[in-house]
Design a protein. Structure first.
Length: 224
């Protein structure tokens, strides 16, 4: 059987890079024979961010009243380390508009590289501190995932593709996505937030007809 997995994420969300990592780890280690179709859906946490980006410390202070970013970084960094992901959130001092990145991720669906590209772009943001709103940087990443460089750059700059992302993000919200990452396994079993590897594995069991646990919603990043 092929298990469809609908994954709603934001490229610049720290819990989403953890969600990507944990999902891939669980599938590789616990379900190596399971055929999956991971479908990425955009969520826009900061749709109106300025072109030059926002400094994380300024954003945390203005939106959440956090004066020391390390306070906000501690828990996701600890959770990432627990799953073998070296996540140091102080590496990336900025957050950016993500319409261009999501536009490429949407376009990668027909190339069969959508999930891998989403993981690569998210990693470029957090692990390499790259500006993932920059069309040239996105094009450099996308060439390894089925795109010609100029084609990728054009897509990243295309206002029509940005509008498509915004429309898809509106559909995500209309479908009830209120926090990210948000997973839907098999079109029926939905879980949200910073899930442990065990919880993700249980949800996959649930969707494939194995165990049927009760998994409560645990959102960590709420959508404004």
């Amino acid at each position: 059987m092929t298990l469809p997995i609908d994954l709603y994420t934001e490229v610049t969300c720290p819990w989403c890079i953890i969600g990507h990592h944990r999902l891939d780890k669980v599938l590789a280690e616990r379900f190596p024979a399971l055929d999956v179709d991971i479908r990425q859906h955009p969520v826009l946490l900061l749709p109106d961010a300025p072109a030059e980006g926002l400094h994380i410390s300024d954003l945390l202070r203005s939106r959440y009243g956090v004066t020391d970013p390390k306070v906000s970084f501690a828990r996701p960094e600890e959770e990432a380390r627990a799953s073998g992901l070296d996540l140091d959130l102080s590496r990336q001092a900025w957050t950016y508009r993500t319409q261009a990145a999501h536009g490429l991720i949407l376009a990668a669906r027909e190339r069969g590289t959508q999930h891998r590209l989403a993981v690569a772009i998210t990693g470029a943001h957090f692990l390499e501190a790259k500006n993932i709103s920059d069309a040239d940087i996105l094009a450099d990443i996308a060439v390894a995932y089925g795109f010609e460089r100029q084609e990728a750059r054009a897509l990243a700059l295309d206002p029509a593709q940005h509008r498509r992302v915004e429309q898809e993000a509106a559909r995500s919200a209309a479908a009830g996505v209120r926090s990210v990452p948000h997973f839907v396994f098999g079109g029926r079993f939905a879980v949200s937030g910073g899930r442990s590897e065990e919880e993700i594995a249980l949800a996959i069991d649930q969707a494939t007809g194995g165990l049927r646990p009760t998994i409560r919603d645990r959102p960590y990043v709420d959508i404004p």
